[in-house]
Design a protein around this ligand. Structure first.
Ligand code: SF4
Length: 209
């Protein structure tokens, strides 16, 4: 009988706290990833499936954007780096840049559940996504970005603007610096309440609280 467990093995990989996609995550969580990587459980098949399908949607959306805009959509999957202190930079890669009449627009593609997509439409991009896009904007020297959100339930696509925000960039740099200089005994401060969504799904919840 075919089931998800027979199709997809759990994924067991060491976490990497120094990546720009983690720019908005809790600094203490990133500190735990750095010092206690063995405590991150293997990613279960259902979540691996979500990642893999999200990756397929990413590729499909990038292909559609290239077909629609041609050379105006460029720098697809371009590696970038954000220097957070002298001699130390955090790497990442961008989805692409669209040349518009108002100037270059950095695009970051997200696939989202209906609930999450509706929440973003009503309340704007959440902090974690704004931080990620701001990390890319700072790394590329651009001022304007946008999330392109694909709703996995309805196939609706919405675009949410994210402008360069020096306050968010300063927070990102301080977050990565705090993680880099942390030790198992001196970890970065917690950034969420125990009752928060972030803590509920954090693999270090038991150690943290
Ligand atoms: S449990 Fe919450 S505060 Fe603690 S590391 Fe995880 S996300 Fe941060």
């Amino acid at each position: 009988m075919v089931n998800l467990e027979s199709l997809i093995a759990p994924r067991d990989e060491a976490p990497n706290p120094f990546r720009l996609s983690a720019a908005g995550k809790c600094a203490r969580r990133l500190g735990y990833e750095l010092h206690y990587p063995q405590e991150v459980p293997p990613v279960e098949p259902r979540v691996v499936a979500i990642f893999e399908l999200g990756s397929l949607i990413h590729d499909w959306m990038r292909g559609k954007l290239s077909a629609l805009y041609g050379e105006r959509f460029h720098s697809v999957e371009r590696p970038v780096e954000l220097e957070v202190e002298p001699g130390f930079a955090v790497p990442g890669h961008i989805d692409g840049i669209l040349e518009t009449e108002e100037g270059p627009l950095l695009l970051d593609i997200k696939s989202a559940s209906d609930k999450s997509a509706q929440n973003m439409s009503s309340n704007g991009a959440p902090y974690e996504y704004r931080a990620q896009v701001n990390a890319y904007l700072e790394a590329t020297g651009l001022q304007k970005g946008a999330l392109v959100v694909y709703n996995k339930n309805t196939s609706e696509v919405t675009t949410l603007p994210v402008d360069h925000d020096p306050t968010v960039v300063a927070q990102i740099k301080e977050r990565f610096r705090a993680v880099r200089h942390s030790t198992p005994e001196q970890l970065p401060e917690r950034e969420h309440e125990a009752s928060s969504f972030a803590c509920r799904y954090c693999p270090f919840r038991g150690r943290c609280w």
